[in-house]
Ligand binder design. Structure first.
Ligand SMILES: Nc1nc2c(ncn2[C@@H]2O[C@H](COP(=O)(O)OP(=O)(O)OP(=O)(O)O)[C@@H](O)[C@H]2O)c(=O)[nH]1
Ligand SMILES: [Mg+2]
Length: 273
């Protein structure tokens, strides 16, 4: 029997006062980072380790990030720069959102920053205890994100209450589950079957009268799931195709909520007829 000891490097980011330090302390079971209603309380990075199931987590609490145009003071600027640097290093990012405030532009800016860095991203709605109609709130959030956030498939969503220790293990279990998906290896035959099935559906986006089609896929050896996709055109590959392909691919292989890198190669491809 082999016990796989996984190391997961995790950071909590978000707007001031969303409850980052409360969650951080709860996960560690100690009061390390200061907590309170006073705004902008956390001023340095706090890095600690904890164990959950067979997994070693390293977790970092960060200062709240306000919208850029609100940040004038030099100290706050350099704190923000530190958080951005940290985001390059970690594997998983928890974007902690205050449910009372709902989603804001700043949350989406932070989400983009981590998606562009190919990080595994969790939208965690904290202070869920303050929401009266919980079912409706969840439904509305999910509906809003599916309809108006094109990167919806790349993220994970959960609802917690850090202060009252509710649903925290859901988040950790979900992180572990998704972390396992990162090492997915898809067999060649399955990749080819996917292309065949996609072809049968023939719902490819068109440029003019011509359908843009994938002809061949290979998985590259890499830390993150990474695929080379050969396309039947010499022209620039439209982003609508890239999104379409990503959606279908994730649906087929059940790979929602993790970063996937594609390299789309334009060619009249030599591998197929
Ligand atoms: N009702 C409720 N309040 C919470 C919850 N989590 C945190 N709070 C409260 O929210 C306030 C801010 O919590 P912090 O953990 O200091 O927030 P933070 O995100 O670390 O804030 P900064 O360090 O300033 O960015 C505190 O008064 C907490 O008690 C929650 O789940 N429910
Ligand atoms: Mg804090």
């Amino acid at each position: 029997m082999s016990l796989r000891l996984n190391n997961i490097y995790l950071s909590i980011i978000g707007k001031p006062n969303s409850g980052k330090s409360t969650l951080f302390n709860l996960l560690l079971g100690k009061n390390i980072s200061p907590v309170g209603d006073e705004y902008g309380l956390t001023k340095i990075l706090y890095e600690e380790k904890f164990k959950y199931k067979e997994h070693n987590f390293t977790i970092v609490d960060t200062p709240g990030l306000r919208r850029r145009n609100k940040v004038i003071e030099e100290n706050e600027k350099s704190r923000n720069a530190e958080v951005l640097k940290l985001m390059d290093k970690v594997d998983v990012i928890i974007l902690l959102i205050d449910s009372k405030e709902n989603l804001t532009k700043q949350d989406f800016r932070l989400a983009d920053l981590s998606i562009n860095r190919n990080k595994m991203l969790f939208f965690i709605f904290n202070k869920f205890d303050t929401i009266e109609n919980k079912k409706e709130f969840k439904r509305n959030i999910k509906k809003f994100l599916t309809n108006s956030y094109s990167k919806y498939k790349m993220i994970n969503i959960d609802f917690i209450s850090a202060k009252y220790n509710r649903k925290i293990s859901n988040v950790l279990n979900n992180i572990i589950k998704k972390d396992n998906l990162l090492s997915v290896q898809i067999q060649k035959t399955k990749l080819n079957k996917f292309l065949k099935d996609l072809d049968k559906k023939s719902s490819y986006p068109k440029i003019g009268k011509i359908s843009v089609k994938p002809k061949y896929i290979v998985q590259l050896k890499n830390k993150l799931p990474n695929f080379k996709v050969f396309i039947n055109t010499k022209n620039k590959i439209p982003s609508i195709f890239q999104r379409y392909f990503d959606n279908e691919f994730r649906k087929y292989f059940k790979l929602d909520g993790i970063p996937i890198k594609y390299e789309f190669i334009r060619s009249k491809n030599p591998y197929t007829n």
